[in-house]
Write a protein that binds this ligand. Structure first.
Ligand code: AMP
Ligand code: MG
Length: 299
């Protein structure tokens, strides 16, 4: 998944903690093999290679993830769209990156649209309505993987843990002897410093930011969160932090709200049960879903 995963487990028995951490890493590895767009053997690569020719059965474990992805597309008016795959492929968001040729970008953008994702509930298969489409689960797969690894920890009796997949976090319980875990939120413009900290327990917290993968050309920052309406990096936010019951929900909502921009993004988050969050807009101003969260945050 192109990121560093950190697992923290507290337990009386070091052996139990170590075994549980191993199981969590194995689970993340297993999901990475399935969902990575960079591995030629992955299920996602199979869908991208064959999905326009014939539906690809994905099985009962993964089918709900695709249904959820389409749901986020609908509920965000297409701000979240896993069919951005063809567009994300033509950008390289790393130092030295270049803006794609406009004709190539227009051809890629024509392949985007979650309505073209064909999901068959009885066959539990995924396909494409049009030739040349591709999915990219980068905005949701990390969260989903973290949830599955959290399930593994819980099934092994762990009652206090954090899994952090590069800013996609989920917590079990609290820090031992405390009432919460204290979670720092990265400042989008000051590397290594925090814009806020939150005291949280038994929840997920995910940040999407324009500082994670980007390049600068002619003074413009080009980053990896794309507006599916334009095929270019979304310009309304610097970062979006979402707190939600699952890491998948928090991951998808953070990306969706980022693309929607500060006003529509906050409205989108507020409308979802159990979801709270904070947006740093393009000018650096903070927006909160609720005053209570703003009061709870340590600045
Ligand atoms: P995140 O870091 O969770 O916000 O996800 C960003 C990643 O998701 C990018 O690196 C792309 O792989 C993919 N992506 C970019 N823009 C979108 C979008 N509008 N909807 C869904 N996935 C996206
Ligand atoms: Mg996301």
């Amino acid at each position: 998944m192109g990121t560093v995963v950190e697992v923290t487990v507290a337990h009386q028995s070091e052996e139990t903690a170590r075994t549980a951490m191993g199981a969590a890493f194995d689970e993340i590895e297993r999901i990475d093999l399935l969902l990575s767009g960079h591995r030629s053997q992955s299920l996602v690569s199979k869908i991208n290679n064959e999905g326009a020719l014939r539906p690809v059965p994905v099985g009962p474990e993964l089918y709900p993830l695709f249904v959820a992805a389409r749901g986020y597309g609908r509920e965000s008016d297409g701000a979240f769209d896993v069919t951005v795959g063809v567009v994300s492929r033509i950008w390289k968001f790393e130092p030295g990156g270049v803006v794609p040729d406009p004709a190539e970008a227009a051809r890629a953008l024509a392949k985007v649209g979650y309505d073209g994702l064909l999901l068959d509930d009885s066959a539990q298969s995924v396909g494409f309505a049009r030739d040349g489409m591709a999915i990219d689960l980068g905005a949701i797969a990390k969260g989903w993987a973290v949830d599955r690894a959290i399930d593994r920890l819980k099934s092994l009796g762990i009652e206090s843990a954090i899994i952090d997949a590069g800013g996609d976090l989920r917590l079990i319980g609290t820090r031992p002897g405390k009432r919460s875990w204290r979670i720092g939120i990265q400042h989008p413009r000051e590397q290594g410093s925090l814009i806020a900290s939150l005291d949280l327990a038994d929840t997920a917290v995910v940040t999407s930011g324009d500082y994670e993968r980007f390049f600068v050309a002619d003074g413009v920052r080009y980053h990896h969160i794309l507006d599916p309406a334009t095929g270019r990096p979304a310009s309304g936010c610097r970062s979006v932090t979402v707190i939600a019951p699952t890491a998948m929900e928090a991951d998808a909502c953070a990306t969706a709200a980022f693309v929607l921009g500060p006003q529509r993004g906050i409205a989108f988050l507020r409308a979802r049960p159990g979801v709270r969050g904070m947006i740093v807009d393009a000018a650096g101003a903070l927006h909160w879903t609720d005053a209570a969260l703003e009061r709870e945050a340590h600045r």
